[in-house]
Design a binder for this molecule. Structure first.
Ligand code: BG6
Length: 487
């Protein structure tokens, strides 16, 4: 643990949803754990919707407190956490307000972090305003997704921010990279010689990466309807997971070694042929259905959504990587809202034995498989065949289990907590570099373009199911199925 790095953490969008649910709770957990944040470190919330510090703290008490420490709040820690918080009211249209911000933080020690938990349309104006009062010097800036809407708009933001902050000062958040099991995947792959010889086309038949959600669009209908699952989840989280699964061993774990290898994967993705999109991409949209016993409305009737919306709430893709390690191995990616379960996992299907001396049961599915469960219940399971007790050689699938909560007594760190500490410490490895982001946008763009003009609407699926049947048909063409379809 490191407490030496003092900091001033300036939070734009201080009364926004993200600050309420993720950022302030993560900072509180780091504070409560003790020894993670320097005592002198300050949080300076910036917002329009509070008049002064007292009013802001009242908002924090009402809105943030319910999101912290689910197993019982440490009141003393909460009180001392509030002491870290300062408040500055800023109207972005008023440059004078940034002079006030500068004056409010100039005496505070340590590194300055500006966290933009605002809509992307404010990124550039905020950066300009910071630069106009010299606050871009020796500072770090954190940008939340969505960073742009497509390659062009993302480049426009990156160009403008890049004129004010150097790339080493820019931390682009993808919170999936902060999840503990994603870190563990790196440890599994690069800390054990066991998997490396098998982690390639000769031994891997296919890989599935799923991020399924039970939740719908919640209060974000308006945002989501202009975004869709491809931009919201695939361009960032799913492609980042894919690049970690498929990357070559980096030379070291320093920021650029890791990001260079991820970039090579993103650049090796087989470009999407606009004429083939129907074969490699499925888009869906949920209609009303039942989830855990209650009926939920269809997407088109959610608040903020256009009734004739063609925005996708589900995407399944077949992706190929054009390099020696992965040529010919299909990677199936899938994400959706209002699916049957909340689960995020990576499934590596190894090839079956080439000849079975043990009879047909040795060729059965369910073995020769590694499942990395990111959430819930983080586990890594290696499925193998074993002999069933008794007479005869009857085989059954069993698994070797790495359940993190059994091995490590200490609680896991939440993604935002890890990432915020990394920003404060100046560690960039888990943040997305501009070239990675560009490569990801470039790859998804043919699909975005096709879906924009397509006359075929998204395929409907009932809430509480695993998405449109076409997603299963796509795998069937490759002689395989989604993991849950085997059971
Ligand atoms: C966000 C998306 O990036 O990730 C949301 O904008 C989604 O739509 C969320 O719900 C999922 O994150 P997690 O950590 O809950 O799986």
């Amino acid at each position: 643990m490191q407490t030496d790095s003092s900091f001033t953490f300036v939070l734009f969008g201080g009364t926004g949803d993200l600050s309420m649910r993720k950022i302030l709770p993560a900072l509180f957990e780091a504070h409560r754990a003790g020894g993670m944040l320097a005592d002198s470190g300050k949080i300076v919330a910036v917002a329009r919707h509070a008049a002064n510090r007292d009013e802001y703290l009242q908002w924090v008490n009402e809105h943030v407190k319910p999101h912290v420490s689910k197993d019982g709040l440490d009141e003393a820690a909460w009180t001392s956490f509030l002491e870290r918080i300062e408040f500055v009211k800023i109207d972005l249209g008023n440059p004078e307000d940034f002079v006030q911000l500068r004056d409010a933080i100039k005496h505070l020690p340590g590194i300055r972090v500006f966290y933009l938990a605002t809509g992307p349309s404010l990124f550039v104006p905020i950066c300009h305003a910071l630069a106009s009062v010299g606050l871009n010097e020796n500072a770090r800036i954190v940008l939340e997704k969505p960073l742009g809407y497509d390659l062009k708009s993302s480049n426009a933001i990156n160009d403008a921010v890049g004129e004010i902050f150097a790339e080493e000062q820019i931390y682009r958040i993808d919170h999936y990279l902060g999840k503990e099991p994603v870190q563990n995947l790196l440890a599994l792959r690069f800390g054990n010689a066991l998997f490396e010889p098998l982690w390639r086309r000769e031994w891997v038949e296919s890989i599935q990466i799923t991020i399924a959600e039970e939740l719908g669009v919640e209060a974000r209908g308006d945002f989501y309807d202009n975004t869709g699952a491809l931009r919201d989840m695939v361009q960032n989280h799913l492609l980042q997971l894919l690049s970690i699964v498929a990357m070559e061993p980096p030379h070291s774990m320093d920021s650029d070694s890791v990001r260079d290898e991820k970039l090579r994967v993103l650049r090796a993705l087989k470009p999407i042929d606009p004429n083939e999109i129907g074969k490699v991409a499925v888009r869906g949209q949920y209609h009303a259905g039942g989830i855990r016993g209650s009926t939920v409305p269809g997407y088109a009737t959610e608040a903020g959504v256009k009734p004739d919306s063609t925005t996708e709430t589900f995407v399944a893709l077949k992706v190929e990587i054009e390099n020696w390690r992965w040529a010919g191995v299909p990677f199936f990616l899938r994400t959706g809202k209002r699916l049957a379960d909340r689960v995020a996992e990576i499934v590596v299907n190894f090839r079956a034995v080439p000849h079975s001396a043990l009879g047909a049961s040795a060729l059965r599915a369910g073995a020769n498989r590694l499942v990395i469960r990111l959430q819930p219940n983080e586990t890594i399971r290696l499925y193998c065949l074993a002999k069933q007790p008794g007479e005869g050689m009857n085989l059954a699938s069993v698994h070797l289990d790495l359940a993190f909560d059994k091995f490590f007594r200490e609680g896991q760190m939440e993604a935002y907590q890890r990432l915020l500490l990394d920003v404060i410490r100046g560690r960039l490895a888990l943040f997305v570099r501009r070239d990675e982001q560009e490569a990801a946008w470039r790859w998804v763009e043919p699909i975005l373009n096709e879906w924009k003009v397509s006359t075929k609407p998204p395929k409907p699926y009932a809430a509480g199911t695993w998405g449109p049947a076409a997603a299963s048909a796509m795998l069937a063409q490759h002689g395989t199925c989604w993991l849950e379809e085997e059971n």
